[in-house]
Design a protein around this ligand. Structure first.
Ligand code: NAD
Length: 487
């Protein structure tokens, strides 16, 4: 059977490359190639820039409210096509349809809708200086680039295009080479919604295409989502012409469960924050610190619910709630971490192996895995695994657990479970992380800024401040009196 071949999407249409180079995309749940994609070669790269330049002239000249109207039309189309788009995400990522059909497209559309609403609210200032005065204008940056990870492909494309386009920029987006289709669908929707050609182009490929975006002198900003190590390389290349950067990177986030917590709720949060999207979420609370006095109760409920309620299998089956990992290679990495956990002395409470469910026997599944008796120096406690592997640790003292939770170079998320409101806020305020939850975990509404402390990132996505990060301020001084000149 022949599989489709997708070309790069430039200036409102699919454009063939000259090199004829393609790459294959596999369905992680079946290990089968589902389509091929043409790599953005030099000819595509040149066209993408020329198109974005033209797109910028048209888009930045529009009144913000006109841009809003077009973005809102795209939001409507995204929601109307939710089921079709959710299925694309399931086939590309291996995640369960029961997640994709109510989270991925919805939360992507929410963010575009949020920034569409904010676009016409951007105002400058005016201030007198003696008889003279000055005013400021919020101007777009120009051509921006977005580089995405594979865990939430369409959502990431929406989270980057929403604020960038609302502020009047154009965006050249490169999805992950593991999951290239969602961004193409978004590009088609933008065109259908009436967006001028060249405002949102999609280029395809792996690291080399990403590197090209991060070094091109006409690109003013790079918004990157991916691993810390890649983020550092992107920043280094972006320094070539001092591009602005937003970095959404990895995490190793703590969840602290105090002795007065609602244990059933805390177990729900720990399971959501480790097993949702088969553990492939950057904010996951992979270090779960449980107070000694509730430890036995917590572990008992955690083990029982993990063993009884998780259903791995064909991700298109709506009953399945644990999908396949993104690739065979990634499955191998996650299994290697599990072996390290065992070798370094952690106790395996449940899981710890690959799975081959009857409905998807060739998929890259890993059983939901929980380690107890973990210590802070173990590899599984220190490094991001990006799979369904939870490490549980015991604590007794509040100050001590805060120190331990902060003892990492990462700082993306953090959570606290306690019914004592003063303690909950007091502890959260001391945790060095950008996205924090009290008696909850993982929610990320469009209105709430998200981003990392320390090596988990730079800048924020979502929330009002993100729109500002896609603009620059121009100050205009106006002389009303005669110039005083010694010459
Ligand atoms: P990755 O760093 O391997 O790849 C991310 C993207 O960068 C891909 O599109 C890839 O092709 C591109 N790329 C690779 N090398 C490049 C280079 N030298 N220059 C420019 N681009 C390059 O990450 P991944 O494996 O796709 O995603 C998983 C990681 O993403 C995890 O660490 C996870 O925590 C992180 N993540 C973070 C967030 C967040 O919001 N903080 C969200 C999702 C994922």
């Amino acid at each position: 059977m022949t599989t489709p071949v997708y070309q790069n999407f430039i200036h409102g249409q699919f454009v063939p490359n000259q090199s004829k180079e393609t790459f294959a995309v596999k369905n992680p749940a079946t290990d089968e190639v589902i389509y091929h994609v043409e790599v953005a070669d030099e000819s595509i790269q040149e066209k993408a820039i020329a198109s974005a330049r033209e797109g910028f002239a048209a888009w930045s000249a529009m009144a913000p409210i006109e841009r809003s109207r077009i973005l809102n039309k795209a939001v409507y189309l995204l929601r109307e096509r939710n089921d079709e788009l959710a299925k694309i995400e399931v086939l590309d990522t291996g995640k369960p349809i029961q997640e994709a059909d109510c989270v991925d497209i919805q939360t992507g559309a929410d963010v575009i809708e949020y920034f569409a609403g904010l676009a016409p609210t951007q105002v400058g200032t005016q201030q007198p200086v003696g008889n003279d005065f000055f005013y400021t204008r919020k101007e777009p940056l120009g051509i921006c680039a977005g580089i995405g990870a594979w865990n939430y492909p369409l959502q990431i494309a929406c989270w980057k295009s929403g604020p960038a386009l609302a502020a009047g920029n154009t965006l050249i987006f490169k999805p992950s080479e593991e999951t290239p289709l969602g961004a193409i669908k978004l590009a088609e929707i933008f065109i259908e919604a009436g967006m001028p050609e060249g405002v949102f182009n999609v280029v395809q490929g792996a690291a080399e295409v990403g590197q090209w975006l991060t070094t091109h002198p006409e690109i003013e900003k790079v918004s990157f989502t991916g691993e810390v190590g890649t983020g550092k390389k992107v920043m280094q290349s972006a320094a070539s012409n001092l591009k602005d950067v937003t970095m959404e990177l990895g995490g190793k986030s703590p969840l602290i469960v105090f002795d007065d917590a609602d244990i059933t709720e805390a177990v729900s949060a720990a399971m959501l924050g480790n097993f949702y999207t088969q553990g492939e979420i950057c904010t996951n609370c992979t270090r779960v610190y449980v107070h000694k006095s509730v430890y036995t109760q917590f572990i008992k409920e955690l083990k029982a619910r993990t063993e009884a309620n998780i259903i791995a299998g064909d991700p298109l089956d709506p009953n399945v709630n644990l999908g396949a990992l993104i690739s065979k290679k990634h499955q191998g990495l996650v299994l290697d971490y599990i072996e390290k956990g065992k070798a370094e002395g952690a106790t395996l409470l449940t899981g710890g192996h690959a799975l081959s469910p009857e409905s998807a026997p060739n998929g890259y599944f890993v059983a939901p895995t929980i380690f107890t008796d973990c210590t802070d120096d173990m590899t599984i406690v220190k490094e991001e695994i990006f799979g369904p592997v939870m490490s549980v640790l015991v604590f007794e003292d509040e100050a001590d657990v805060i120190t331990r939770a902060n003892n990492t170079e990462l700082g993306l998320g953090a959570g606290v479970f306690s019914q004592n409101i003063q303690r909950a806020h007091r502890v959260i305020h001391q945790l060095k992380a950008g996205i924090c939850w009290i008696n909850s975990y993982g929610n990320s509404p469009a209105e709430m800024p998200v981003g990392g402390y320390k090596q988990s990132g730079i800048g924020r996505e979502n929330g009002i401040e993100t729109l500002n990060s896609y603009t620059q301020t121009k100050s205009v001084y106006v002389g009303m009196s005669q110039i005083e000149s010694p010459f």
